[in-house]
Design a protein around this ligand. Structure first.
Ligand SMILES: [Ca+2]
Ligand SMILES: [Ca+2]
Ligand SMILES: [Ca+2]
Length: 170
């Protein structure tokens, strides 16, 4: 009986352990290494989890960033996890475009891969504000990671000039 109870506890602990995000990420990384041994990132790109990332040297509008990424067989980064958000913050160290916008319909945020924004968001306080109706900011439909004291997201005019981050599955 006691042995069974211990076994039960052990099993519960194992499940909790496996559900831990950092353990899951480690498992994903291991499976990348095991099943995709030939998949590596091109020179200049950085690997994290199963993706390769490039921080642009140039700056430009959100659309210029996106078309540069697409020319490289990639697209602007889609943030799927808090680990990816943390990685990007340490990888970029400056304001950069990410692949999120509400160009099609105000307030309906969509990633460049077509997926709608879920509850996993990293908005700065009081953002998104679509420019807060202040004419100097204009309509704000594109998202960047900002650095003024924080690392969270802000919506900004798509015409603004920032570097960008491309993401590609090798
Ligand atoms: Ca991603
Ligand atoms: Ca907007
Ligand atoms: Ca804003």
């Amino acid at each position: 009986m006691i042995i069974n109870k211990n076994k039960e506890t052990e099993r519960k602990c194992l499940i909790i352990y496996l559900l831990n995000p950092s353990v899951m990420l480690a498992l994903i990384n291991i499976s990348c290494l095991m099943f995709l041994p030939e998949k590596t990132c091109a020179s200049g790109w950085r690997m994290f989890s199963c993706s390769c990332y490039l921080l642009s040297e140039k700056t430009g509008s959100w659309d210029e960033g996106r078309s540069d990424c697409r020319d490289r067989g990639a697209d602007l980064v889609v943030i799927d996890s808090s680990e990816e958000q943390d990685f990007l913050v340490s990888f970029t160290q400056k304001q950069t475009w990410i692949g999120l916008n509400d160009k099609e319909e105000e307030g309906r945020w969509k990633w460049v891969d077509g997926t709608p924004l879920t509850s996993l968001t990293f908005w700065s306080p009081r953002q998104p504000d679509n420019g807060g109706e202040d004419p100097q900011w204009g309509e704000e439909d594109c998202v960047h990671i900002r650095t003024d004291g924080n690392t969270l997201w802000n919506d900004r005019s798509c015409r603004n000039s920032f570097p960008w981050v491309c993401e590609k599955i090798p």
